[in-house]
Design a protein. Structure first.
Length: 494
């Protein structure tokens, strides 16, 4: 089976190596520091003596042992030579602090005035770098969420994944993400990716080559009563997935991002799966190969991306699977989501998020269509269900109260700065959510398809070191009206 795409694999690996090597000089040029970071004598003399504003004489960065200075300065919306009104100076500094923190390269960021001569000031940015290199064994759950594994599959160790992961989140100090994964268990996977965010001198354009090979001996082959139906065979590989491609990123400013991705897919299944569900690849096929083009647009005005409380987030996506004569699929979809975060007072916060997706044609391969239940497209209270469909819309609302927010100094790691500062915040919350999934093909066996979905609940979030979020929630849904406790790790919305 692997021999069928061995030539493509070798070609891609050669291409991947060329991308990595060829990017070295380009990325090095992209992170060269500006010719000057100080204000010229002319600008100083031209600044009138007034107390209504300050002139930025210099921007100094401290604490960046690995991270290159231009990577930090790229996240700021002011530079040496700019004039800042005193009335909004505190807001400007807080916004820039958050923008640097949102790189997720630092545990702590502070910006302060270190020198001042009349209206001429020097700002000092102090950062506390994170631990960027993660060569470690992994142990993860294969299921969609913790509750699915704990309750539905009775904590089965057969549904776990383990192996070795190497990740460098700040490779060469340029915010490059290098990832290598060898994984066994429920899903066997080999993965290699390299994200280079900046390859041009303006630090706006990046590339992302990637490749992965995945096999399974247990596969979800059908959705019945909105529950996953699995088939397992210890004697053979039931499904193989191979993909390789390259992404192009464009970030014209701090808040706006464009992403274009071209990926080639080659998937196969065992004859048994095709017999159990002839619509898995459609028409009883056991092989599927196609080229996919995907475009994404992001406008991100959140204060802290890992746990936002203020601002808004807009995401748009358009994708086409299947190009040319050799395509085994012809699928088109558009997706969008918008989230607004609104502070109500010193400790109260509100959130509203809407997302939607439409896809064509109505009859799509079971393997390729996706409604609610995977990734971030989860409706709280419906964690045990899958709602397949070609179109959906979802609304989430939440009200939060900040119980506690502080920074702890870890006494065990006073010298190891990557673990010295520990942010810790606790939020109580209540929420209400609703959704509708339109399905024109699989709805007869699934009562939640083409039905109004709604849920509500209460819970609390804990936000701490390295942007980790732990949530404990009690939710009740409109379908079975049974309340239950649910545990999640990470945000369930953007």
């Amino acid at each position: 089976m692997a021999g069928k795409f061995a030539p493509q694999l070798l070609l891609f690996l050669a291409f991947f190596a060329g991308i990595v090597c060829g990017s070295q000089s380009a990325a090095a040029q992209a992170t060269e520091p500006p010719q000057t970071t100080a204000v010229s004598d002319t600008a100083v003399k031209a600044a009138p003596a007034t107390k209504n504003y300050v002139v930025v004489a210099n921007v100094v960065v401290k604490g960046n042992k690995l991270t290159k200075k231009p990577i930090i300065l790229r996240e700021m919306d002011f530079a040496a030579g700019d004039t800042l009104p005193l009335a909004t100076l505190e807001t400007v500094l807080e916004r820039n602090r958050n923008q640097i923190y949102n790189t997720r390269l630092f545990n702590d960021v502070t910006i302060k005035i270190s020198e001042q001569l009349s209206n001429l000031v020097t700002f000092t940015i102090e950062v506390e770098e994170r631990w960027y290199i993660l060569p470690a064994p992994i142990f993860e759950l294969a299921d969609r969420n913790f509750n699915e594994w704990w309750v539905t599959h009775k904590r089965s160790l057969k549904r776990t994944e383990y192996g070795f992961l190497f990740v460098h989140d700040n490779f060469r100090g340029r915010k490059e993400l290098l990832k290598m994964l060898v994984q066994l268990g429920f899903t066997r996977k080999i993965e290699l990716s390299y994200l280079i965010p900046f390859v041009d001198r303006q630090r706006k354009t990046g590339i992302n080559p990637f490749i992965s090979y995945i096999t399974n001996r247990e596969v979800q082959y059908l959705t019945l009563n909105n529950k996953q139906q699995f088939y397992r065979d210890e004697e053979q590989i039931l499904r193989m997935r191979f993909r390789c491609g390259i992404g192009l990123t464009r970030r014209p400013n701090i808040r706006t991002s464009h992403y274009l991705n071209l990926t080639w897919f080659y998937n196969t299944i065992a004859d048994t799966l095709a017999q159990l569900n002839p619509n898995y690849f459609m028409n009883g096929k056991t092989r599927q190969q196609f080229l996919q083009a995907r475009y994404e647009f992001t406008e991100d005005h959140r204060d802290i991306a890992a746990y936002p409380l203020k601002g808004y987030y807009l995401w748009l996506q358009a994708a086409k699977s299947g190009w040319g004569e050799t395509r085994d699929i012809n699928q088109l979809w558009f997706a969008a989501k918008f989230t607004q975060y609104q502070p109500l007072s010193n400790h109260w916060f509100a959130m509203a998020s809407i997302r939607a997706k439409t896809s064509f044609p109505t009859q799509q391969p079971y393997f390729n269509q996706e409604g609610l239940g995977f990734g971030g497209n989860n409706l709280r209270g419906y964690e045990y269900y899958i709602i397949d469909g070609q179109h959906y819309a979802m609304l989430r609302t939440a009200l939060k109260y900040e119980v506690l927010k502080l920074k702890l100094i870890n006494p065990l790691f006073k010298r190891l700065t990557q673990f010295r500062t520990i942010p810790f915040a606790v939020y109580l919350k209540t929420y209400a959510e609703t959704a509708y999934v339109k399905d024109g093909f699989y709805y007869r066996q699934n009562p939640l398809n083409n039905a109004w979905l709604a849920s509500t609940g209460i819970g609390f979030d804990i936000f701490t070191l390295y942007d980790k979020v732990f949530s404990l929630e009690y939710s009740i849904n409109r379908y079975d009206r049974k309340g239950g406790l649910f545990i999640s790790f990470g945000l369930v919305y953007d």
